[in-house]
Design a binder for this molecule. Structure first.
Ligand SMILES: Cc1cc2nc3c(=O)[nH]c(=O)nc-3n(C[C@H](O)[C@H](O)[C@H](O)COP(=O)(O)OP(=O)(O)OC[C@H]3O[C@@H](n4cnc5c(N)ncnc54)[C@H](O)[C@@H]3O)c2cc1C
Length: 381
């Protein structure tokens, strides 16, 4: 039997929305926050399928990064330099906005720097990347306002960090790391304090376009809104199959606390396909999607022995040579990729706007994407 709602519930909770955001990850929450902040009179809601946000925003590695050299060289294989710079700027602006809105204390932001490691077997590749340091410093200086972002570090650094089997390291001095859980928890609080209605366990099944109102059918009931923002990232094709989105699962593990851990910072390896950092005295390590792209092209959460074993090998060989801490957490999350590096921000069908496809770097670009889509929607109201 269909659920019945009171007149009060219907008119106050379910109808008369000016803007409804589908997806309560970082982008959706930021879009809702910016919409409400810029016009307090609007009724704004967020519909989130999970009991907690269930995409990438609560499952990522918490790297506040905007580009390592090998990753950018890889991206230039399929993207023009202008487009790459546009995306790097989006990441940079997004990180600034995130820190400005939530504050560094609330997200435990730590400016330890970003580091790209090259194993001894990658000596030739390391040389190729080091040759590009000057080029990328010049290219990114107008975006960041800093002339010497990247620098090669010496063997002392490798020893200080306790790394094994590493030939060399390139430092990015403007990168940092944050606490993903605190970021999302404090963002949820902020959004609700601003007056946004947040519904969880509320999965959108269909968006029925209409004029002047859209009907949003969910597993709970239907909602009525004037404008919709789609912030469902990797899951967007279930609502709009024509969207150019390719899901990519990322697997992660976290060790038990390691007494005397030396490593501090956010590290990348192999064109960004692997990453590791300290969380206090623990190590988080993730990646390995490139071991089997097809298997990881899924919206299903899950772990595979292939990826988890590779992460452990890297942990024991490079990050913590000679140590075998307990692995206390393992999880996965889903990212959204596509044919282009740029995110999809725009009108999908009349009155429905998307801010999706973060290409695995939504912690960085997500806040700016939320702001941009909010401005687009506000200009249409
Ligand atoms: C393992 C891993 C590590 C990462 N590490 C980093 C990093 O260090 N730095 C970085 O910049 N980026 C990182 N990312 C990427 C980053 O987390 C994402 O790009 C970003 O969180 C995307 O935010 P979003 O809000 O667009 O999407 P999501 O967080 O995926 O949010 C989408 C939300 O929509 C909800 N949803 C889906 N379908 C529906 C529906 N039908 N109805 C209602 N709700 C729905 C989902 O439950 C989800 O909560 C990582 C990602 C992963 C998976």
């Amino acid at each position: 039997m269909e659920k019945s709602f009171s007149f009060w519930e219907q008119t106050s909770f379910l109808e008369n929305f000016d803007v409804l955001v589908v997806g309560g990850g970082l982008v959706g929450l930021m879009a809702a926050y910016q919409t409400k902040k810029q016009n307090h009179r609007l009724k704004v809601g967020v519909l989130e399928a999970g009991f907690l946000p269930s995409g990438a925003s609560t499952k990522n590695a918490g790297f506040a990064c905007f580009g390592s050299i090998s990753e950018m060289l890889d991206e230039l294989e399929s993207t023009s330099e202008d487009e790459l710079l546009e995306v790097v700027e989006l990441r940079w602006q997004g990180l600034r906005l995130l820190r400005e809105i939530l504050g560094d204390d609330a997200i435990d932001y730590l400016p330890y720097g970003g580091f790209e490691v090259f194993k001894k077997s990658d000596e030739a590749f390391a040389g190729k990347c080091q040759e590009q340091i000057g080029h990328f410093n010049r290219l990114l200086a107008p975006i960041t306002g800093t002339a010497d972002i990247y620098a090669a570090t010496g063997p002392v650094f490798i020893t200080e960090q306790g790394l094994g089997d590493v030939h060399s390291v390139i430092q990015n001095k403007l990168e940092g790391q944050l606490d993903t859980g605190k970021m999302m928890l404090n963002l949820q609080r902020l959004v609700q304090e601003a007056g946004v209605l947040l519904f969880t366990n509320c999965k959108v099944e269909e968006i029925e376009a209409g004029s002047p109102h859209h009907t949003v059918h969910t597993n709970q009931t239907k909602f009525i809104a004037r404008k919709i923002i789609l912030a469902t990232n990797a899951f967007s094709k279930s609502l709009f199959p024509e969207l150019n989105i390719i899901p990519g699962r990322g697997q992660v593990l976290v060790t038990s606390p390691i007494p005397g851990l030396k490593l501090r910072g956010a590290f990348h390896y192999d064109r960004g396909y692997y990453y590791f950092r300290n969380i206090g005295d623990r190590i988080l390590i993730g990646g390995g999607r490139n071991l089997d792209f097809k298997a990881e092209e899924t919206t299903d959460m899950g772990l595979t022995a292939l990826v988890q074993n590779r992460l452990e090998d890297l942990l024991y060989e490079v990050v913590l040579p000679g140590q075998r801490p307990k692995i206390e957490y393992r999880w996965s999350g889903i990212m959204a990729f596509g044919d282009e590096l740029k995110p999809l921000i725009g009108e999908v069908v009349p009155g429905v706007y998307s801010a999706i496809r973060c290409n695995g770097m939504g912690v960085a670009m997500g806040s700016q994407m939320g702001k941009t889509v909010a401005e687009l929607v506000l200009s249409s109201l």
